[in-house]
Design a binder for this molecule. Structure first.
Ligand SMILES: Nc1ncnc2c1ncn2[C@@H]1O[C@H](COP(=O)(O)OP(=O)(O)OP(=O)(O)O)[C@@H](O)[C@H]1O
Ligand SMILES: [Mg+2]
Length: 326
């Protein structure tokens, strides 16, 4: 059996709100599966079901072949979870938190001590080991939280948005740690709202939106699905933006008015660029800047849903505009 995680038609509602509407995916043993989706997509709900904290209304899920509902105790003994919100005790020190987790997982005293020492070292927390957690920075908390979930050397690890809220330096440090874990045998399911994070860390990505899987594949497969290149034009302040939208002869435009940005997916970048610039010049529209870039996963999301996935990237304004074929 190659898959450490198998999810089949999982459903969950809260009252009338259908949060998961029959999702399916699997993660190969030893791989990193990225679940990518915007706020409210159903990521945490999925993680809670897989880690036995929540029961699904329908469908099935297996961890290492064990059913998360019927064999939850067996599932629990082989998983680690770093939740979206820190599960550590503020008034205990870093070391005490890890030791407490060791006892919860029923490790022997000697194993608890040695695992604690090992993890403090691995996560660069030796100097802070005896300080109460309430004096830790956000990045240190995330690290101790992740360390706590690793105390019993789980074979399957769930990381729910492991880097949300971290500054860029702490995020990079976290990425290194996750990469290192992934290089071993641990199967990792991580949720994220960040395209680059899934791109960088995951072997396979499942994109979910409003409780359904909208696409899945390797990072390069997903990127290939949106054409090879992507063109963005910023229209100069003095020129009419609406005219620019109308004269560009492409079937689909992605518009971000506050930034005066128009993007088009393109398959033959330079030639298409020339045609677009010719059209704009004829209409006396001045272009402030042009950029041609390889698609990111954000573009994948935009192509599939008409919206970008992350609030910080979409400026709250990006919309997809489909034109009638001319
Ligand atoms: N206990 C609950 N009761 C009612 N609704 C809930 C509950 N937990 C989650 N929801 C709703 O279910 C939907 C999915 O929530 P979930 O936490 O799974 O999303 P998420 O993808 O983790 O989002 P985020 O990126 O914000 O963490 C949301 O609309 C949320 O408001
Ligand atoms: Mg969540």
């Amino acid at each position: 059996m190659d898959n450490a995680i198998v999810v089949e038609g999982l459903k969950k509602s809260y009252g009338k709100l259908q949060v998961l509407d029959g999702i399916n995916f699997a993660a190969r043993r030893g791989s990193v599966l990225g679940i990518l989706g915007p706020n409210g997509a159903g990521k945490t709900t999925t993680v809670k079901i897989l880690s036995t904290l929540l029961k699904p209304d329908g469908g099935r899920a297996f961890i290492n072949g064990y059913d998360v509902v019927r064999e939850s105790h067996k599932v629990r003994s082989s998983i680690g979870l770093t939740g979206q919100y820190a599960a550590v005790d503020e008034y205990l020190s870093g070391e005490e938190n890890l030791e407490m987790m060791g006892r919860l997982y029923r490790l022997s005293n000697a194993d608890t001590k040695s695992r604690t020492r090992e993890l403090l070292r691995q996560f660069d927390l030796v100097d802070a080991a005896s300080r109460q957690l309430r004096t830790y920075s956000g990045g240190m908390r995330r690290r101790i939280d992740l360390a706590a979930s690793l105390i019993a050397s789980p074979s399957v690890l769930f990381l729910d948005e492991p880097t949300t809220g971290l500054d860029p330096r702490s995020r990079l440090l976290m990425w290194d740690i996750i990469k290192e874990l992934a290089a071993g045998d641990t199967t990792i399911l991580l949720t994220t709202q960040y395209m680059e994070e899934a791109d960088w860390l995951a072997d396979e990505i499942v994109v979910i939106d409003r409780g359904t899987v909208i696409t899945q594949g390797t990072p390069s497969e997903l990127k290939a699905r949106v054409g090879s290149e992507y063109l963005e034009l910023i229209i100069a302040e003095g020129s009419d933006f609406e005219t620019a939208e109308n004269v560009i002869m492409c079937d689909e435009l992605y518009i971000d008015r506050p930034r005066r940005s128009i993007s088009v997916a393109t398959r033959n970048g330079v030639r298409e660029l020339k045609e677009i610039l010719d059209c704009l010049e004829k209409a006396r529209i001045e272009v402030e800047s042009v950029s041609l870039h390889r698609p990111t996963l954000d573009d994948v999301f935009l192509t599939l849903t008409g919206r970008t996935a992350t609030a910080e990237n979409d400026h709250g304004q990006t919309e997809k505009k489909e034109k009638a074929k001319q």
